[in-house]
Design a protein around this ligand. Sequence first.
Ligand SMILES: [Zn+2]
Length: 484
Amino acid sequence: MLDIAIVNGILIDGTGKPGYRADIGIKGDRIVKVGKIEEPAVMNISADQLAVSPGFIDIHSHSDLSSRNFPEMENILRQGVTTQVVGNCGITPGILEGSLGRFIEDIEKRGIGTNLIFLAGQGSIRSKVMGRENRRPTEDELEKMKSILESAIDEGAKGLSTGLEYIPGIFSLTEEIAELAKVAARRGGIYSTHLRSEGDELELAVKEAIEIGRLADIPVQIAHLKTEKKRNWGKSERILQLIDSARVNGTDVNCDVYPYTAYMTSLDFAVQPFDLSAYKNYREALEGLKKTPVDWDLIYISKCDMDGGINGCNVLELARRKGMSPEELALELLNNDDPVRVISFQMSEEDVKNIIAYRHSFIGSDGSGYRKRDEFDRTHPRSFGTFPRILGRYVRELKLLSLEEAISKMTSLPAKKLNISDRGIVKEGAYGDITIFNPDKITDKATYDDPFQYPEGIEYVILNGKIIIDKGIFSDKRAGIVIR
Ligand SMILES: [Zn+2]
């Protein structure tokens, strides 16, 4: 007797091969049958007119940051995602707070909505050993960092991540990172990087990532690849060529992308290279900021704890309304203790499309778990819409890639990169992580004005053999595990 039988669907098994009619049988947490099902089952799911695929893998998430507040991950599961890679951009709170092992234990005790795969953040490791110091590590410090990384890997991390635009990653030179990457490589991990530059110095930054891959002999994952700021639009072609040639030369490089032309960051990053702490007084800071070329009309306030009423406002318009210059307003916001988060429309749709269509790219939301609608928070819609947006807008509407290709970018390809053989593919013996959706209806609904909206068209999500979304109805079962 099966626990679940999924019948009459079109199976898109994750490998990229054309969808075909096949039933799926699940028993316990595993897929036990792919083909024609004649056995009875406790639960029968009719997938007529629906596509059946492996649960999606989000290769780039920050849900570990919100895993304590929002462990059920409804906004993630409703996108069809069953596994998230966390600990990205050099940031792993577990390492800073004590040990990754304890952080993971804590998560397992509470239960978690999706499967999680952890990376160990280089920024967190460096902070622990060297604080925010802008210098090379001593030999002793380097050894300490290596041993923290080693422990984190022993406790469950599947690689190293960096955030080289952030403090303290920005202070680390290529060789320092390569030394750590070697530790991860020896234990079969990957190297995932938020590049040192996503705009003016993008090409150099990509070359650095490839160089680290070569020096440490480690698979490289370039995170949320983009060409930031108008003057850099069109660079994606050159960047993808660089990745191709690195692959030809034997370094296993991939990238990931989210399907939006805006990114979300804190205001001080949005006005780079401006650094408030470098100025003596208000007048000088204002002069300095005026010299920094910023497209204020493209920057929107996403979350300001000091004044929630301005969330969603455009910086230029708001400044006009207040009778200030945008620089004066920005300084007021930068002077705030709680960093002000902004959404900045500085990417080109053509580059986004190029990267989505690139055969070695995966899909990563760069988002995180959220709970209920917060009408004051204008968070980025990527946390609610990334995966359905790929399948609705870029596959069905724009026909940029086939459904099978898109699914493979969300399933078997990232699973292979992460060295996981029993997820990301529908086959007998694999884990019962399944997403069932209507390819004609799947649509993201989250917008910049109203990001807290679940997508349409995802009918069922099964995680480790448990039905989490049943005919569109979510139930909080915390069926996820930490994959070590
Ligand atoms: Zn990042």
